[in-house]
Design a protein around this ligand. Structure first.
Ligand code: PGA
Length: 250
């Protein structure tokens, strides 16, 4: 079902104590009069304590990545079963930093998506064009290919568990944000691309915008009809900023 969602991707930030402190501050400050799903993604080592801390709140904990294999000789990797065994049922896949620095490809992501679906986990599937793609007017093609190659092999039922996150790479951590109109234009394109292949499922999928969302631009971006919330990086590391962004859904 299409929902409002704000997700915080903490990336490689916050040690154990800082994770607990920030979660406690969020629990205290997040509004309880907003109908939205709040998801936060701390680092792997802090997921178990994060899950404990958010019990009885409406915050959900997500992992920032996982391996597609069930288990085996993959040094340094984490499996779906390991995540689920500590109560993590949501995973971010395909973040542009995973694609750029760790060379994750669309076809590898397709396997990860399959594993998540097999485990009935929720996926925040990230994709978005680079600056050069936009300058070359290839941004729609790039986004369509990423969706097709990484995600569009799934069946209709699997969409229940998919959240899309459009994150133009040129806007991530750069302070540069897509304008609300640019975000809307792409989100509408994404929804229509999903519709072409999966019909009315397109109306039910939540599409988040990510890339330098801040307290002062969140409301305008979230106000666009095809933007269902945000995936927040830098501004998710300060409780007051994250809460202000969540309030942008009002
Ligand atoms: P940013 O990151 O908000 O710091 O631009 C967004 C993301 O990487 O998900």
């Amino acid at each position: 079902m299409r929902k409002k969602i704000v997700a915080g991707n903490w990336k490689m930030n916050k040690n154990a104590e800082e994770t607990e402190d920030l979660i406690n501050e969020l629990i205290e400050k997040l509004p309880d009069d907003i109908e939205a799903e709040i998801i936060i993604a701390p680092t792997f080592v802090n997921l178990a304590s994060a899950v404990d801390h958010v019990e009885f709140t409406n915050i959900t904990i997500a992992a920032q990545n996982m391996h597609n294999a069930e288990n085996g000789a993959f040094t340094g990797e984490i499996s779906a079963d390991m995540l689920q065994s500590i109560g993590v049922e949501t995973v971010i896949l395909g973040h542009s930093e995973r694609r750029a620095y760790f060379h994750e490809t669309d076809s590898q992501l397709a396997f990860k998506v399959d594993t998540a679906i097999k485990h009935n986990m929720k996926v925040i599937f990230c994709f978005g064009e680079e600056l050069k793609d936009r300058q070359d007017k290839q941004h729609f093609n790039v986004v369509e290919n990423q969706l097709r190659d990484g995600l569009f092999h799934i069946n209709n039922e699997a969409w229940e568990n998919i959240i899309l996150a459009y994150e133009p790479v040129w806007a991530i951590g750069t302070g540069e944000t897509a304008t609300p109109d640019q975000a809307q234009e792409m989100h509408e394109f994404i929804r229509e691309t999903v519709r072409t292949r999966f019909g009315t499922i397109a109306d039910d999928v939540s599409i988040l915008y990510g890339g330098s969302v801040k307290p002062d631009n969140a409301k305008e971006i979230f106000g666009k009809p095809d933007v269902d919330g945000g995936l927040i990086g830098g501004a998710a590391l300060k409780a007051d900023d994250f809460v202000a962004i969540v309030n942008g859904l009002k």
